[in-house]
Design a protein around this ligand. Structure first.
Ligand code: WAQ
Ligand code: MG
Length: 255
């Protein structure tokens, strides 16, 4: 197998993140050497042409990954739902999450995301029973990194009810992230909606499924976020270390 590299981009406006700049976008891939240049170019374009603004700080980090460090996983199954309003979608999301997480923890997650007035770059970790916040990263959050699919993203996905849906960049990237997150020992659920003002689709991940939900926030809202629900029997350190460091590749087809 070719040598693989993790390539990650983060961009901000008004200076670097660590100097108070506003987060514009972040993205990452795991690719071989000959693809690195093309991906670096794509990531720069993403940072410079984003609906949230124009970055004046772009950080690109490239690291070699040893083949034995990589874990291979399957993507979550995708389930889709009909809903017409934010209230309906949130009620659905709560019902789905309550299969794996306490009602109290679900309420904490929603109030946390709904009270954000700036975006975090990462996710918050909540105790799946008490709803107590477990990470100590403040406004930064836990950033999931070192993940991608093997080969190309499929252009269509067949959902659990046998519907074919087209795969856009948001869905492809979110499904990879959510699949890595749910593969982490001790994580029992996730709640997410996008921070892109023109993208209102979100999801909850639990019970081996990516439950895709329309209308998770008002159109035009620049605030999004992610919450991961943790079983209190596992150590927060082991969860953080897996999310931040373990290289994971999603295999779309059987290998
Ligand atoms: N690790 C942890 N948290 C992250 C990461 C990451 N790598 N990337 C983003 N976040 C957090 C951060 O707080 C962002 O503000 C928030 O999530 C939203 O990120 O069609 O586009 O990249 O099925 O804007 C979901 C629906 C789209 C896709 C999610 O998220 C679909 C999306 P965004
Ligand atoms: Mg975004």
């Amino acid at each position: 197998m070719n040598t693989l590299y993790s390539i990650r981009m983060r961009s901000a406006e008004g200076g670097a993140h660590e100097h108070g700049g506003r987060h514009i976008s972040g993205a990452e891939r795991i690719v071989d050497e000959k693809t690195l240049k093309i991906i670096a170019q794509q990531l720069i374009d993403r940072a410079l042409h984003h609906s949230k603004g124009t970055a004046d700080f772009i950080n690109i980090c490239i690291e070699k990954i040893e083949p034995h460090q990589i874990q291979y996983i399957r993507p979550l199954a995708v389930a889709i739902y009909e809903s017409n309003t934010i209230d309906e979608s949130h009620a659905l999301a709560k019902d789905l999450l309550c299969q794996s997480v306490s009602a109290k923890a679900v309420e904490c997650a929603f109030s946390f995301l709904q009270s954000l007035n700036t975006n975090m770059r990462g996710a918050i970790l909540l105790d799946s029973q008490t709803g107590e916040r477990l990470d100590r990263t403040g406004q930064k959050g836990i950033r999931v990194t070192r993940m991608d699919v093997i080969g190309k993203h499929p252009s269509y996905i067949v959902t659990t009810d046998n519907t074919e849906i087209p795969v856009n960049t948001h869905l492809a990237e979110a499904l990879v992230l959510a699949s890595k997150v749910q593969s982490c020992k001790g994580i029992v659920g996730e709640l997410c909606w996008s921070d892109d003002p023109d993208y209102t689709v979100g999801y909850v991940a639990c019970n081996g499924k990516y439950h895709r939900l329309q209308h998770m926030k008002p159109l035009g809202s620049e605030i999004g976020g992610r919450v991961f629900f943790i079983d209190s029997h596992v150590s927060v350190e082991s969860v953080e270390s897996y999310l931040e460091s373990q290289a994971v590749l999603v295999t779309w087809q059987d290998r």
